[in-house]
Write a protein that binds this ligand. Structure first.
Ligand code: HDE
Length: 714
């Protein structure tokens, strides 16, 4: 595959240069202890005689084993499973300088190094990438004014409105405490018990039950900052902002049946996809977008900008694209970089500030706290991946694993012995100063009434989905609640669904063999505090001023490229080698990769005698690992090959584009879908024309309308 742009040849970013000073390579070197002592045998312990006991004196063995014993650190309590890459961010122009003094958002000549980590939320470090779950999208910008972390998700809203509920939410979704099952799955009683008692999660539930929760690739997800933040300009004027990432490849998902199968065939599917794309020069790209709301417009919406269970429909405030992120380098070492990266929504730079969103406020505490236990002490900012490229100088000292050797006598302020250094920076000198938000309030442990509409945007999301997306959402809810054993919880969830859409509730109830409960006149809220008056906490449904929003449906995502998609070419001896070559060339010219699959490894011999090297056999390949399938003519042998027929049937079931030479009909006749014309199945003997139609079909990603014809038993 052609390398479009080799990140390694480009000028090294400041961060890359910094990281390189910490790298180590063994090539051509002697083996040493950690003290630099050359070792002449690290395969045999020092013993009292060849058959005698090992000696305590053996410092080489002790050092090797001691280090090994301490290799593991606690995994992240959430987002434990992740993959990351280095890249760069560049803003398009200086238009945002009206709103922010952040240099990296206003200076188009700056290329800011970034490190981006994608993750699932609930599963452990070794769990499958394809779990039904939200995805983390955490970006660390190493700006010249300090690190800015945009620690977002691929879903623009969250389950809860207040950080104090986060431990409850996570305890409910994680494997159940008595038997530690199920791994990386929300389809179990404790999760739905919690959710069915938590009406504020209704909107988020629509998103995590949608196909957004089973992405095709990390390169094909959106990202959202979720909370409303502030941009602050040089005059101190603040503007509310929501951050968005939009992938250039569009937003695409897999089918749920496929996701479950990928989890077995290749649990590293997303990790591998990201790694390979970058190695092959298909650098993932995302545009950064902002929705801006003037301070004086804070209360003009039917929802509260501080409520993290709400989004701002793009129909009300358009997303302005302001810059582009490109991921162009894989990490050198997973542990040193991906695992030790410490993100924090509280890492901000001048020109960006927080709002009082109660979820964000709690996060500002949690992220440093969690690193103290996970990375082992207060000096985690000195780990190479976490170091800013901006200089660090302060009076913080000592602690476990301190790296910096601070010179001088003074580590306090004010001082005269150290010349008053380090100096505090005025705003004009780049000093950060918190936005002077006026607050005049009484202390209360409670919530604003403006947070009480839990259902309108859940309905907006549902109404904005395509027919296929609606069906997938209904199926997902039926699946998840079907795994719940406590019937009362299923019923309570149906009660919540009636408040979102009675049609949806009816379909799910039908699948569960239950009656749809009557839609309550007043929406229920089971989470009323013991000392609260029930009416004080009743959810209210406000009429949304937007009926449907195009941006909420993946069906409206750009579908104009097949770059980096994977195509399986099914072959057997006697195959039409000329057609294989033409198809392969056409696909590669469009940026896709085409793999030759055959009954066994080695080579297949074309009818012309041409030998074609085989990439995978049916034993190691699987249709779920590909985006599309091509079946050339001359493959009659596959008509009697169960693995090949399963491959085709399964690709058909998952609504993938399939191209076949007209004279491959002997094989097609043996598949489930042989009869008649169906969407996304392309046949013909003019190979160039077939390749062109196939490529156009692949741009559509999936032909979901096929599902209406019934499921293929594959
Ligand atoms: Fe997190 N979250 N979170 N979160 N979060 C963590 O920090 C937390 C929330 C998100 O790739 C932890 O370093 C609380 C929303 C991402 O390393 C922890 C609350 C959003 C990542 C933590 C939230 C996120 C984390 C675990 C509710 C989307 C992975 C390890 C108030 C905007 C970052 C760590 C990475 C990780 C706490 C809610 C995104 C425990 C208390 C909302 C992408 O600090």
């Amino acid at each position: 595959m052609a390398k479009e742009n080799n990140g390694k040849d480009k000028k090294k970013t400041l961060k890359q240069q910094q990281l390189e000073s910490y790298t180590e390579e063994n090539t051509g070197e002697f083996l040493t202890t950690n003290q630099g002592l050359k070792v002449n045998d690290d395969q045999n312990t020092l013993k009292a005689g060849e058959r005698g006991p090992s000696l305590l004196e053996d410092f080489i063995m002790r050092e090797k084993i001691t280090h090994f014993d301490h290799e593991r650190i606690p995994e992240r309590i959430v987002h434990a499973r992740g993959s990351a890459a280095h890249g760069v961010f560049k803003v398009y122009d200086n238009k945002l300088s009206k709103y922010t003094r952040a240099n990296f958002l206003t200076n188009p000549s700056l290329e800011t190094p970034v490190f981006v980590r994608f993750s699932t939320v609930a599963g452990s470090r070794g769990s499958s990438d394809l779990a039904r779950d939200a995805r983390g999208f955490a970006v660390k910008f190493y700006t010249e004014e300090g690190n800015f972390d945009l620690v977002g998700n691929n879903i623009p809203v969250f389950f809860i409105q207040d950080a104090i509920k986060f431990p409850d939410l996570i305890h409910a979704v994680k494997p159940e405490p008595h038997n530690e099952m199920p791994q990386a799955a929300s389809a179990h009683d404790t999760f739905w018990d919690f959710i069915s008692l938590m009406p504020e999660s209704a909107h988020m539930i629509m998103w995590v039950m949608s196909d957004r929760a089973i992405p095709r690739s990390y390169r094909m997800i959106e990202g959202f900052g979720v909370h409303t933040f502030r941009l602050v300009n040089a005059k101190g004027v603040s503007t509310f902002v929501k951050f968005h990432w939009k992938p250039l490849l569009g937003v695409h998902a897999v089918a749920w049946d496929e996701a479950q199968k990928i989890s077995g065939k290749d649990p590293d599917f997303h990790r591998r996809d990201l790694w390979e794309a970058i190695e092959n020069g298909h650098f993932p790209e995302y545009e950064l977008g902002v929705q801006l709301v003037a301070e004086e417009d804070e209360h003009k919406f039917e929802f509260d900008l501080l409520d993290p269970t709400k989004l701002i429909p793009e129909e009300l405030v358009p997303v302005q694209k302001i810059g582009k992120l490109m991921l162009n380098r894989n990490p050198d070492n997973f542990f040193a970089e991906t695992e030790q990266a410490a993100f924090h929504p509280g890492h901000i730079v001048p020109g960006i500030d927080f709002t009082s969103d109660p979820l964000l406020q709690g996060r500002l505490f949690s992220y440093t706290d969690t690193q103290l236990i996970r990375l082992g002490g207060p000096n985690f900012h000195e780990i190479p991946i976490n170091r800013p490229v901006a200089p660090m100088h302060n009076n913080q000292r000592d602690g476990h694993m301190r790296q910096e050797v601070n010179r001088g006598r003074t580590s306090y302020q004010p001082n005269s012995l150290g010349g008053g250094c380090p100096f505090q920076a005025k705003m004009v000198e780049g000093g950060f100063s918190s936005h002077a938000e006026k607050i005049d309030a009484q202390k209360v442990r409670g919530r604003s009434k403006s947070f009480f509409d839990h259902f309108s945007q859940a309905t907006l999301f549902y109404n904005s989905q395509s027919d296929a997306e609606k069906t997938h959402l209904e199926d997902a809810l039926t699946f998840e609640l079907g795994k719940v054993e406590t019937v009362e919880i299923r019923k309570r969830m149906l009660g919540i669904l009636t408040q979102i859409d009675t049609g949806l509730a009816t379909k799910v109830a039908d699948g569960l063999g239950l009656q749809v409960p009557a839609r309550p006149e007043h929406p229920i809220n089971h989470s009323i505090p013991a000392d609260g008056h029930p009416n004080d906490y009743q959810p209210v449904k406000t009429k949304s001023s937007v009926a449907t929003s195009a941006a909420l449906s993946m069906a409206n995502s750009p579908k104009d490229t097949i770059k980096s998609r994977k195509v399986a070419i099914l072959t057997a001896d006697g195959v039409n080698a000329a057609h294989v070559e033409t198809m392969q060339k056409a696909l590669e010219a469009a940026g896709a990769a085409a793999d030759i699959i055959a009954p066994k490894l080695g080579i297949v011999e074309g009818k012309s005698g041409k030998e074609i090297p085989v990439k995978s056999s049916f034993l190691t390949a699987a249709s779920v690992l590909y985006d599309a399938v091509y079946l050339p003519g001359g493959t009659t042998a596959l008509a009697g090959n169960g693995d090949a027929l399963h491959f085709l049937n399964e690709a058909y079931r998952h609504c993938k584009p399939i191209a076949a030479d007209a004279d491959a009909s002997d094989v097609l006749r043996s598949t489930w879908f042989a009869e008649g014309e169906t969407p996304g199945v392309f046949t013909g003997n003019d190979i160039k024309a077939l390749a062109a139609t196939f490529i156009e079909g692949m741009k559509q990603h999936r032909f979901w309308e096929r599902e209406k014809m019934g499921k293929v038993p594959a």
